[in-house]
Design a protein around this ligand. Structure first.
Ligand SMILES: NC(=O)c1ccc[n+]([C@@H]2O[C@H](COP(=O)([O-])OP(=O)(O)OC[C@H]3O[C@@H](n4cnc5c(N)ncnc54)[C@H](OP(=O)(O)O)[C@@H]3O)[C@@H](O)[C@H]2O)c1
Length: 290
């Protein structure tokens, strides 16, 4: 199968290349320097050249706080780019796999969000990702959007790597304890996307649409940090666990407002033949490699 991957240098992009290593699929992978997904003619040229069987978009504008003052670029990458990719996929009648975010929700819920719940993004990043979802649905039929959350991996910058670094530098740390979500290992997300691609290759019917794909155990940033420290200490990655203080979001102001509660679930994942991310296993597997 000829797979076109955008965003090859990001966390998901790199994990996706890893999961493809032991397969016979032909990968055509692009970073932003080779393909700006918001450039219509560049996107068209790549589709013409590659003639993919399926497209995986791992490219995104993910700087949540910066997006507040850089909304034009956030919308170009998160809304226009996915639309251009989706249109090209529709022209070839091939599937388009895309990734969105829990930040499309306002976080006022008291129980896990399902894909049919109302959206109400609190910041530019979430709004631009939601615009991307809407544009894709209007541009093509054969799409799968996986909304994910709190992504970490052995690559790039993420909460796990920051916590491990800080644990080596400091004796005490304060972490927000009133925002709840579902950590997701990018390697699990990459594997899930590969499984979707392979089901398509095997002509198994895929139910197109919007899904939630994230970790199976909700926690707070504080709870996540505690798990990272405990596992890092157990594996000898850090020599001691810093003293961890729970603080409120008010005590850690950020330019972009985050949802208080963005826990997601999706009972329809089985329609795609995939299961949620076991983030704790993912955490254990990457700690020795970061
Ligand atoms: N990270 C999270 O916590 C999180 C949470 C929820 C949802 N998500 C979603 O999950 C997906 C994967 O996220 P991630 O953490 O893997 O992201 P990431 O590590 O920030 O990688 C994003 C990649 O997008 C590429 N990119 C940016 N602008 C581009 C453009 N104009 N054209 C082409 N490529 C461009 C960058 O490429 P270069 O490096 O080549 O410049 C970058 O490597 C995204 O859709 C994101 O919105 C992430």
């Amino acid at each position: 199968m000829r797979i076109l991957l955008t965003g090859k240098n990001g966390q998901l992009g790199r994990c996706f290349q890893d999961v493809l290593k032991n397969t016979s699929h032909e990968l055509f992978a692009y970073g932003s320097a080779e393909l700006n997904i918001a450039d219509a003619s560049a996107v068209a040229a790549v589709f013409q050249q590659v003639k993919p069987d399926i497209v995986v978009n791992a490219a995104a504008y993910t700087a949540v706080d910066k997006a507040e003052t850089d909304s034009e670029n956030a919308y170009l990458v998160n809304a226009k780019g996915p639309e251009l990719l989706a249109r090209q996929a529709a022209n070839l009648a091939i599937p388009f796999i895309h990734v969105s975010t829990d930040y499309v929700f306002d976080g006022a819920a008291a129980e896990p969000y399902v894909p049919t719940d109302s959206t109400n993004p609190q910041g530019v990043y979430g709004a631009s990702k939601l615009a991307g979802e809407i544009n894709i649905a209007a541009a093509c039929e054969k799409y799968i959007i996986l909304r994910t959350a709190w992504v970490f991996s052995e690559y790039g910058n993420n909460f796990v790597k920051t916590m491990v670094r800080l644990a080596k530098e400091r004796d005490a740390l304060s972490v927000v304890a009133d925002q709840y979500g579902c950590p997701t290992y990018a390697g699990d997300l990459a594997q899930a996307i590969l499984e979707i691609c392979e089901q398509h290759e095997q002509n198994k019917p895929l139910v197109w649409g919007l899904y939630h794909y994230c970790g199976d155990m909700p926690t707070s940033w504080h709870g996540f940090a505690r798990a990272i420290f405990a596992k890092s200490y157990e594996l000898g990655v850090i020599s001691s666990c810093p003293q961890l203080t729970a603080i409120s979001s008010d005590q850690y102001p950020t330019p972009a407002k985050r949802p208080e509660y963005s826990v997601m679930k999706d009972e329809n994942l089985s329609l795609l033949g995939i299961t949620p991310s076991d983030w704790f296993a993912g955490l254990s597997s990457i700690l020795n490699r970061i």
